[in-house]
Design a protein around this ligand. Structure first.
Ligand SMILES: Nc1ncnc2c1ncn2[C@@H]1O[C@H](COP(=O)(O)OP(=O)(O)OP(=O)(O)O)[C@@H](O)[C@H]1O
Ligand SMILES: [Mg+2]
Length: 240
């Protein structure tokens, strides 16, 4: 069976400076896939290029069997992709509800129903839909950003460091929600620095180093891989 999202040999950068070098990745229906790698490795650039937020200079992106290479972010949304960027992923001055309505700009109908459906997963958001996003905690803001991207019911959701700067309890809640999203039929491709926790819920992982593929393994294999442990899992304290 072919992958839902298949990226082959993608290159991208900024103003003539190449950051991502022929990187490849695939995500199948029902999967959570995580990309880890050092700071500045080009992980965010890779996600942006897949989503069409920046234009790749080479390579191919297939979504659900359709060649979507070179499409704009708007066109990618129409094709079934959602994206939550690393920063500035909600409109701070807009309310929770307004943020979700913005996410629905392409939706023909059922906006209120979809908002209710998504907020049902997040009681703290559901309780105060008229609150401006700026008053939310980091975790609640991330939850809102994910809901916003889910308004249009994507087939695949790209998440850039969804748990950055969150407390352990909030991280756990966000990772739980990511599994709920996966269970609802949306494949997930995320970039994470909290590698141990991310890999623990991932079917597969990739290591990106200096913009290039360095390793691909199952989440379990990566957690057990001594080199991955030494390089990328060291900063999370060992339990017990
Ligand atoms: N908008 C931009 N314009 C120019 N260069 C950029 C831009 N964004 C990122 N870069 C450069 O591209 C390289 C890769 O950055 P990128 O943000 O993709 O890395 P990353 O792996 O996501 O890092 P981090 O772990 O810090 O989030 C860095 O050298 C960065 O300085
Ligand atoms: Mg990044």
């Amino acid at each position: 069976m072919s992958a839902l999202l298949e990226v082959v040999g993608l290159s991208a950068g900024y103003g003539g400076v190449q950051i991502v070098h022929e990187a490849s990745i695939s995500v199948s229906q029902g999967e959570i896939v995580t990309i880890i790698g050092p700071n500045g490795a080009g992980k965010s650039t890779f996600l942006k290029a897949i989503f069409g937020a920046i234009r790749p200079t080479a390579g191919r992106v297939m979504l659900d069997g359709r060649d979507v290479s070179g499409l704009s972010a708007n066109q990618m949304v129409a094709a079934g992709a959602g994206f939550v960027p690393q920063t500035e992923n909600v409109f701070p001055s807009l309310t929770i509800r307004e943020n979700l309505e913005m996410g629905a700009y392409r939706r023909r109908g059922g906006v209120n129903e979809r908002i209710d459906e998504l907020l049902a997963r997040f009681p703290e958001l559901a309780r105060r839909p008229g609150e401006p996003a700026t008053r939310l905690s980091g975790g609640q803001r991330q939850a809102l950003a994910m809901c916003r991207a889910l308004m249009l019911e994507p087939r695949v959701l790209l998440l850039d460091e969804p748990t950055a700067a969150l407390s352990p309890i909030m991280r756990e809640e966000i990772f739980q929600q990511i599994q709920t999203i996966r269970d609802s039929g949306v494949a997930v491709l995320m970039v994470e620095q909290n590698a141990r926790e991310a890999l623990a819920i991932s079917d597969r992982g990739y290591v990106l180093v200096a913009g290039r593929n360095a390793l691909e393994q199952s989440g379990r294999e990566m957690l057990d891989n001594p080199e991955v442990g030494r390089l990328f899992l060291g900063r999370v304290e060992v339990e017990g």
